[in-house]
Design a binder for this molecule. Structure first.
Ligand code: ADP
Length: 405
């Protein structure tokens, strides 16, 4: 199962996107529809509302008088809290029921207008944001939905801002063109990213990591923040800390386009406990790097940070992204071990020492060239000797500057 979070400001065009996904097999779980369903006549939700707010919130046919309820709830914070306390759990339960009924192979599209406002983005392996400029949305809401201009603007002003939506967007769909343009973007996203992502999750398969260096991408830091938020939500208390590590954590350094993240845990048993949560976050386990592994065999997956002759020092668990749109490595290491500490130290040292950064870039370029001809071993033969001295130099820098993880 893959759960996609779909959001966008009012009038942005979410309906076009969810309709496209739905036509191609996505199961739509629509927050607005559920919110209406749970207070239909005869529901436990409507009964609870009448108990709380009195029969004045009903129309003569017994259905909910929404404006009457809104007038009560929005006049008073306590009343609004009571309303939310009744409706939110029912919505959450109904949402869970629909998701469970969709089955293990389903791709679920959760259409959540207030996804950003309710801080739900990190729950999803992928967040899709539909965007149109405010003026465009106002015009569409007037023309197609019969809203007054004042109403449209007030609703837009009450919602999250464009920068807040950008912060959580793994995918940004622009709806300034025609509905057909948007549907075409949505279809391409579905076929090229969402379906392969879902297949990978089902097969517990990770996407191949890129092998070539690319110019430093100034958005890597923000992309990493989104991934860290997602991992924090899915790892909960089992993670002591979660950090952006590796070359993409060093501003301005050319690197392979893969975000490396370290999840620090108290024990490898905890890392194993995290495996299912990481899978549902979009990161299947790649391979367990265990103490009984012969080190040379592990060469392709043990990074430079894990090199020690004592296997107990380089043991870790390793997950990677199943999303074809965002290569990510998730290294799970034990708090306080040298490999965990060095992973934190290395980007800090490179960020502080421009000479070391330039040297490292040169080594990476040479390793890349060697790797093209001689494969992973040739690549490692170039990189490892440099790391031997880098390890000592980085710790010397830490001692001299007082750096601590
Ligand atoms: P949302 O679900 O995000 O609030 P909708 O999908 O309902 O927004 O779109 C708002 C209104 O604008 C709808 O009436 C829709 O028909 C119209 N609309 C959406 N996209 C376009 C577009 N590209 N061009 C013109 N009208 C559009």
């Amino acid at each position: 199962m893959l759960r996609i979070g779909l959001t966008g400001g009012i009038g942005a065009g979410k309906s076009t996107v969810s309709a496209t996904f739905n036509r191609h097999g996505g199961v739509i779980v629509d927050g607005d529809v559920i919110a209406r369903e749970v207070v239909e006549p005869g529901t436990e939700g409507l009964t609870a509302l009448v108990e709380a707010f009195g029969p004045g919130i009903l129309l003569s046919d017994g259905s909910l008088d929404r404006p009457a309820l809104a007038a009560i709830a929005f006049s008073d914070d306590d009343k609004r809290a009571i309303l939310n306390g009744i409706v939110h759990p029912l919505v959450a339960r109904r949402r869970q029921e629909l998701i469970a009924a969709a089955g293990d192979d389903a791709v679920i599209i959760e259409d959540i207008p207030l996804l950003v406002e309710s801080q739900m983005a990190p729950m999803f392996p992928l967040v899709v944001v539909v965007h149109a400029d405010v003026e465009v949305r106002v015009a569409r809401l007037l023309t197609h939905r019969g809203m007054s201009e004042a109403d449209a603007r007030a609703r837009i002003a009450a919602q999250a801002t464009e920068p807040q939506r950008r912060d959580v967007a793994d995918v940004w769909l622009d709806n300034s063109g025609s509905p057909d343009d948007l549907a075409a973007q949505a279809l391409q996203l579905w076929e090229q990213r969402i379906l392969p992502f879902a297949d990978n999750i089902a097969a517990r398969r990770t996407v191949p990591s890129p092998t070539t260096l690319v110019p430093a991408d100034p958005t890597w830091a923000d992309q990493a923040q989104r991934i860290l938020a997602r991992l924090r939500t899915h790892c909960g208390h089992l993670a002591t800390r979660i950090d952006h590590i590796g070359s993409t954590a060093v501003a301005g350094l050319d690197a392979k386009d893969v975000i490396d993240v370290q999840v620090t845990v108290e024990s490898l048993a905890m890392a194993d406990e995290l495996a299912d949560s990481l899978l549902s976050a979009g990161y299947p386990r790649k391979e367990a790097i265990t103490a009984d592994m012969a080190k040379p065999d592990a060469r392709s997956t043990v990074t430079e940070f894990d090199r020690s002759d004592d296997p107990a020092l380089w043991e870790k668990r390793f997950h990677a992204s199943a999303d074809p749109g965002r290569a990510t490595n998730v290294h799970i290491r034990v708090a306080g071990r040298p490999n965990q500490q060095f992973a934190l130290l290395f980007p800090a040292w490179l960020s502080a020492d421009s000479e070391a950064r330039a040297e490292y870039l040169a080594v990476k370029r040479e390793a890349e060239r060697a790797g093209v001809e001689g494969g992973i071993d040739a690549y490692a033969d170039v990189k490892e000797p440099w790391f031997d001295t880098a390890y000592r130099r980085a710790w010397a820098w830490a001692d001299a500057t007082g750096w601590r993880p």
